[in-house]
Structures are given as C-alpha cells and as structure tokens.
Design a protein around this ligand. Structure first.
Ligand code: ARG
Length: 475
C-alpha cells in the first residue's frame, strides 16, 4: 500500500516499485515498528490530536497485528513498499479510516531510524550475550591447559616457551573488549530520533522526551535534522561486528594451522569438522576456515555503509535505505558462526606431548641464558651477545642450545655456571614468568579467575538490560 499519491496522476512504474521496495528485508523491523507506533499513539492522545478512545482502538489493533505477525497470520504482500506501509495497511484493514490516523505528526524518516535503532539495540545485546558463552568456552580451555608447555611464536618462528592456556586466554581478552565496545555503543546511542518528523520536528507531538522514555531511551535526540540523518550508530555497530569477525578469523587461522599434520596440536571433534567428497581420509577444519572467511563479508558490510554515507546531504535521502541490509547480514552471519566456533572450541582436544616437544625447539631457551646473565649484573647487550654465541656453538654441533654441556656453556662466558640448568627447560622458563601478565601456570590461573569474573559481570549486566528491553517491547 502506498503512503503517498495525492499529487500524482499515476502510481510508480513497475521498475520503480521493484527498485523502491524494501519490505522483503525490512520486515525484520515489524515488531519494533509496532512498538514505536504504540508510543507515538500515546503521544498523540496525550497532546489531544486523537481522542483517548481512538488511541485505545488503534493500540489494540496494533497489539493484535503484533500477535498475527508472530503467528504468521499477517505478513507483507506484493503491493507493500516497506514494513511501515505494510503495518499501516494492516491497521486500515482492521480499523478503516481510523487506521490512517496514527501517522499524524511522524514521518517514515523518524520512524524508520527509531525502529532500526531498537532492532539494533535488541540484537547487539544478543550478540554480546553469545560472546560471554564464547569467552566461557575459551576460559575453560585456558584453565585446562594452563600447565601444557607449547612453543610461543613471533614471526611464526619459535620464540620462547609458553603454557598453552596463555595462548587461548588471550582471545578472551579480545572478546571482552568487544563486549565493552557494545556497552559503550549502547551508552552513546540510546537516544530516540522519534519526534523529528520528516526533518523539522513535529508540531503535533510536542513531547518527544515522553515517547523516548516509553521506548527505553535515555532521552530524545536534540536536533531533528541530526535525528533523521545520523547513521553513526549503524557504522559503529558494523565496525564492532567487523572487529568481532577479525577476532574470530584469527582463532580460525590458529585452529586451521594447529590441525595440520605438520603441527598436529589440535584434534577437531568429528561433529565440528567436515570430510572430503573425494579423499576419504580427510578431516577438514571448515568451521575455522568459515570463521576466517566470514570476516571478509563483515568488513565488506562496514565499508559498504561508509561509502553510502560519504558526502551524503542532510537530512533524509533515500540512499539511507541501504543502511539495513549490511546490518541484517552482519548480525545473521554472527548468529550462525558464533555457536559453531563455540562448539569447536569446546570439543577440540590438544596434544600435550606434541606441543611440549616443540616448546624448546629452535633454541627457544636462548633468552633464558641472556636473562640469567642479566640477573648477575652483566649488561644486557653483553648477555645477549654471549647467549647468541651459545646458539652459534649449538648450531655448529647440531644440537639445541639447552643441549650444550655445562662446560660447553661455560666456555662461552665465565659467569655461565651449572646452576643455569634449572632455567634451561620449558618448565624452568615458563615458571619464572610469574608477573601478572606472564605465562607461568599460576599467572594463568589468576588470569582465568579475573576473566571469569569480568565475564560474569558482563553477563549480569547484559541480562538485566535485555530483560528491561523485553519488558519495554511488550504492549
Ligand atoms: N524504506 C525507507 C527506508 O528504509 C523508509 C523511509 C522512507 N522515507 C522516504 N522519505 N521515502 O529508509
């Protein structure tokens, strides 16, 4: 149903209707549209534009439309341009002319952005809650492998031994930052555009602060032009989803490498890997690869939207209709990838022996020799030099630096005494790193406790906000 037409001699050409139509994707906003309309009708009744009796009729028709959408009894049809026109058609079907009364004092320009904000608030909180499950899964693995020695890499070369739990726990920190970004997004963006009308504010709805409060916003936006034009909140959300995607892709990359025959660290569960149609022996890390690959589309959605916004005039321009599909796609992408990644993390087992065997390879204990001398007061440049000479000697003998004998080590520097031996093992190297961010088992145990606590606090806050949001949504 068209929401305009009086000044036109004919309806839009078929090609225009097809181009214009957004209902196939913006139908996702239907329940939010109804809720926003209810608040708007309350506002109209309060300012006397419609009678209280009429407002009650409209609200109860909106409420039954809401349940009919829920059960699938009401949906959009071929003539509907967008979700807003479909809902108005539903209302007119129920109430006749009165069904058209509720749109006084608002425009689709302020309506669509208010609906969309509510949709995003709802779904970004859901993503945040799923992230707490992911963090929980990571924390469990980090704790289980807090004393499992493994090589630590820089430049993908063996660098220093670590405990594997440290490698896993680092991801929890990244996802906690994502949750924090979401909390920050909510704080900045919980302001209502409703009441901005087409662009100049509404003469019929003098108290947008009341509708804002009813919809759970902290208040109304203070400039009606900004209210209908601003899509920073969309760009910021897409950025957050892209960063989550990047974090997932880096996990994907690790699990892919770790499950190669060459590494052989990770054994993926049968339920979380896939086979090959031609090579019967294959067990492929497709979830990890899809986690890596899907980050591409998340980033694409962000850059697409930024490109739409660049140079766009104020206030509403139809280009802005392009803001929704990237968000729907990013959210729905995360909704499918996150549960699979959580399952993969929960079910993968790691080969402690294989990881430990590699932990000290590639002269990974050379730093311990330099640190030992530095502790004895030798300037670090000299200590580094001496340790480098030990590596050269070991290389020339075809052994690892920790396999040199006491006398071979002592031949390089007089201060290299046999008591260095206690440091020249994976266990010796990691257990000396007891600082708060270090890789000793004790530090990792404390780190996981702190991560658990932060995650619990985040989950409680998210649950509380989600409960109050769903109370707000019920009409
Ligand atoms: N479907 C439109 C959108 O998503 C709704 C707003 C239309 N406003 C207008 N002035 N044509 O942006």
């Amino acid at each position: 149903m068209a929401l305009w037409g009086g000044r036109f001699s004919q309806g839009p050409a078929q090609s225009v209707a097809t181009l214009s139509r957004s209902v196939d994707f913006d139908w996702r906003l239907a329940q939010y549209d109804i809720r926003v309309n209810v608040a708007h009708v309350h506002g109209l009744a309060a300012s006397g534009v419609i009678s209280v009796a009429d407002s009650e009729k409209i609200i109860s028709a909106l409420a039954s439309l809401s349940s009919e959408i829920e059960t699938g009894k009401f949906g959009f049809n071929d003539s509907d341009e967008d979700v807003h026109s479909a809902i108005e058609r539903g209302l007119i079907e129920k109430l006749g002319a009165l069904g058209g009364a509720f749109r006084a004092g608002r425009s689709r320009n302020d309506l669509v952005v208010t609906d969309f904000k509510l949709y995003l608030i709802d779904h970004i909180m859901e993503i945040a809650q799923t992230l707490t499950q992911l963090i929980d899964a990571l924390n469990r693995v980090a704790d289980e492998y807090k004393d499992a020695l493994a090589p630590g890499f820089t430049h993908l070369q063996h660098a220093q031994p670590i405990n594997f739990g440290h490698e896993i726990a680092k991801h929890s920190h990244a996802f906690l930052r994502d949750i924090d970004r979401i909390a920050d997004w909510l704080k900045r963006n919980s302001f209502s555009p409703l009441g901005a009308g087409a662009l100049a504010g509404s003469g019929l709805l003098p108290h947008p602060e009341k509708t804002a409060a009813e919809l759970g916003f902290k208040g109304p936006l203070l400039n009606s032009i900004d209210a209908v034009s601003d899509r920073d909140f969309v760009a910021e959300a897409l950025f957050i989803f892209s960063v989550i995607g990047i974090h997932l892709s880096r996990i994907g990359e690790e699990f892919t490498i770790w499950s190669t025959t060459e590494f052989g660290w990770a054994k993926l569960d049968d339920a979380f890997s896939t086979g090959s149609s031609i090579m019967p022996q294959k067990k492929n890390p497709d979830i990890a690869e899809l986690a890596r690959g899907k980050s591409g589309r998340l980033i694409g959605n962000l850059t697409g939207l930024l490109t739409v916004l660049k140079g766009l005039p104020f206030a509403y321009n139809r280009d802005l209709q392009e803001d929704k599909e990237p968000i729907f796609d990013s959210i729905e992408t995360l909704q499918v990838i996150l549960p699979a990644v959580i399952g993969m993390i929960e079910t993968t087992s790691f080969d402690r022996e294989k990881m430990a065997r590699g932990a000290v390879a590639g002269h990974a204990l050379a730093t311990e020799i330099a640190d030992y001398l530095a502790r004895k007061g030798i300037p670090f440049s000299d200590a580094h030099e001496a340790s480098g000479k030990c590596v050269r000697l070991a290389d020339s003998l075809g052994v690892e630096v920790h396999e040199l004998s006491d006398s071979q080590i002592a031949s390089v520097h007089v201060d290299l005494m046999p008591d260095i031996r206690s440091l020249l093992s994976g266990e010796g190297a990691t257990s000396s790193r007891t600082s708060i961010s270090g890789t000793s088992s004790a530090s990792i145990a404390a780190q996981v406790r702190a991560l658990d606590e932060a995650n619990r606090a985040a989950l409680n806050a998210i649950k509380e906000s989600r409960e109050s949001f769903s109370r707000m949504m019920s009409i």
